[in-house]
Design a protein around this ligand. Structure first.
Ligand code: ZN
Ligand code: ZN
Length: 196
């Protein structure tokens, strides 16, 4: 079972976000960390300038605008900048979790970055990722850094998950209602019936 990548969706998302930025005359880059214009930047460790045309950025921005469609766009723009500046692409997983209000099972919730395929949607090379030499000769997937390679397939995983949940529920009910020990049962029966 393999979920196919939807490159059209990625292109469309980037194009839509690009159009929204140009509509309000927002620049397509933002300063990295610390600001190149700040000679006293206290933060250590520079990061590259933030590129607002990437899929990472478009994904962060779209998650924010979908969550709060009525907020001013600029606030979402700055939030997406800050997220990628501080946490890079892994920040998308944190943001997704915060917006959902809890841990996410990507088998049942579509990953907003790879759209459920489980593969890194930017198609990095082994060199980009620093795969070991032995891995470079083997054909292997590069996992999505947000869902960690989990495939979105609720119909496929659903039956097993339902079975697992039913088992857990049964175990929890047994744990909540322990069987009375024989002597205790005898006392409890006697006190209920009022027998001597
Ligand atoms: Zn993913
Ligand atoms: Zn590799």
């Amino acid at each position: 079972m393999t979920v196919t990548r939807n490159r059209n969706r990625e292109e469309q998302l980037r194009a839509d976000v690009h159009a929204e930025l140009t509509e309000i005359d927002a620049p397509l880059t933002a300063p990295g960390r610390p600001s190149r214009n700040d000679p006293n930047g206290w933060s250590y460790g520079y990061s590259d300038d933030i590129d607002r045309t990437t899929l990472d950025w478009a994904t962060a921005y779209r998650m924010l605008t979908d969550h709060q469609p009525d907020a001013p766009r600029l606030s979402h723009i700055y939030a997406a900048d800050a997220l990628l500046r501080e946490r890079r692409v892994e920040g998308l997983a944190t943001l997704h979790q915060k917006l959902a209000g809890g841990p996410i099972n990507y088998r049942f919730t579509r990953c907003p970055y790879c759209w459920g395929s489980g593969e890194d949607p930017t198609d990095p090379t082994c060199e980009d990722l620093g795969c070991s030499r032995s891995m470079e000769v083997l054909a292997h997937d590069h996992l999505c850094p947000v869902c960690r390679g989990e495939e979105f397939a609720p119909e496929y995983f659903g039956p097993d998950q339902m079975e697992l949940m039913a088992e857990r529920l049964a175990r929890a009910l047994v744990a909540r209602t322990p069987a009375l020990r024989p002597i205790a049962a005898w006392f409890s029966r006697r006190s209920r019936t009022g027998q001597p």
